[in-house]
Structure formats: C-alpha cells, structure tokens
Design a binder for this molecule. Structure first.
Ligand SMILES: Cc1cc2nc3c(=O)[nH]c(=O)nc-3n(C[C@H](O)[C@H](O)[C@H](O)COP(=O)(O)O)c2cc1C
Length: 205
C-alpha cells in the first residue's frame, strides 16, 4: 500500500437514524474550497455519504493516535462484511463513545463534529459519485465542498484565523505507522505568517 505519509482524518457521516458515524481515513486532500476523499466500498462512511452528502472531516493531532487506533477495527455497518469480519472487525454503533471523543453539532451539516479534533471541516458531497468506477476499483473517490472550517484557538495565531504551524501537529499515516510532523523547516513565499528566524533552517544561502 502506498501510504507514503498523508494526514489522518476522522470522517463523520450521517447514519440512517440521524446519529453520526466516524470513519478513520488517510486519503483526503484539499484544494481551494474542495476536498477529495477516497472511501472503500462496504464501509458505513461511504454508504452514509451516498445517502446523505453531509459530512465533517475532523483532523486529529499526532498525540491523538491511540484514539484513532481504537476505531481501527470497528465499522458502523451492522452486517460486518465477511472479509472484514475475518480480519477482526466488529460492528460499533457509537464510535464517539468507543474512542472517548465528544461530539458537537455541525453548524451547516447534519453530521456531528469531533470537539476533540483541533480542525473540523464541515463539507458536503459535490455532484454524484462515480459508481461504475468505484465498483471496478473497490473504492470510491468523492469530491466534497467545504462549507465551514473550525479551528481550536490554541492552534491559531491570536486574533486571526491563521494556523500556527509551531502548534498544529497533524497526525500522519506513514506506511501504517502513526507519525507527527516535528517543527516547520521553512515557509513558502506566499505564507501569510512568518516563522521565528531560528525555525528557518537549511535554507539555501
Ligand atoms: C489510520 C487509518 C486510515 C484509514 N484510511 C482509510 C481510507 O483512506 N479510506 C478508507 O476507505 N478506509 C480507510 N481506513 C479503514 C476504515 O477506517 C475502515 O474500513 C473502517 O471500518 C470504516 O468504518 P465504517 O465502515 O464505519 O465507515 C483507514 C483506517 C485507519 C485506521
């Protein structure tokens, strides 16, 4: 598997009874106001997204990896697919309780946010899923429209909506190991906030 190092997200989606499911995910990326996410067939997260496009992409910090891993062999599917059952997966109706995570209502979507995650992105399925392609591949690729972003105050620069990269420590999935990112190495020429001078190491002279 090409898990070369992508952020871990907890995807919150709406179950048929209106409660929220949580699916660990490591295949999501953002550009502008769009997110693209990859979801395996047979998961409750994909089924929910097909039926009700509302979701929240919650981003845990590196320190929260045990809570993510506590969800790793759980599925919201009441009938666990045989292949997953053989791998030790079991049905869990309330994954927030399983991981000891607190829920907050979405402001613009029906899916619940994870209060404990420093970044929470409310989003909605944009357009329809490529069902034929999904069946052939075994997973679907969905495009989501970002509706609202919530950030904990302790990862933002005081009084602004900019993220302080010295304090935001995303959880990365690197070849099935949970990793953090360490301190920032430098800044892009378009960065809207500066790093302390001692942070900018290794720059070309
Ligand atoms: C760290 C981590 C990353 C994962 N990444 C993905 C992913 O990108 N896409 C996916 O479909 N499943 C991914 N999974 C597996 C799902 O979380 C798993 O199939 C889970 O049972 C889905 O829950 P659900 O059936 O309630 O949606 C990942 C699991 C873990 C622990």
């Amino acid at each position: 598997m090409l898990y070369f190092g992508t952020p871990v997200a907890l995807l919150s989606t709406v179950n048929p009874d209106g409660s929220s499911n949580l699916s660990p995910n490591s295949s999501v990326w953002a550009l502008g106001d769009r997110l693209v996410i990859g979801l395996g067939l047979g998961g409750q997260g994909l089924e929910n997204l097909r039926r009700d496009g509302d979701c929240v992409v919650n981003l845990p910090s590196a320190a929260q990896w045990p809570q993510v891993e506590s969800l790793a062999r759980a599925t919201g599917r009441s009938e666990v697919p045989p292949r997953k059952r053989a791998m030790g997966y079991r049905h869990v109706a309330d994954k927030f309780a399983l991981a000891g995570l607190q829920r907050l209502p979405g402001e613009l979507v029906r899916a619940a946010r994870v209060l404990d995650c420093p970044l929470q992105i409310e989003a909605r399925l944009q357009g329809s899923l490529d069902e034929a392609g999904a069946t052939a591949r075994g997973f679907a690729i969905a495009e989501l429209q970002v509706l609202r972003v919530h950030a904990h105050e302790d990862i933002t620069h005081a009084g602004s909506h900019h993220i302080d990269t010295l304090r935001w420590q995303p959880l990365l999935y690197v070849f099935r190991h949970y990793c953090g990112t360490g301190t920032p190495r430098g800044a892009n020429f378009r960065a809207e906030t500066a790093l302390p001078p001692q942070q900018a190491t290794g720059a070309a002279a």
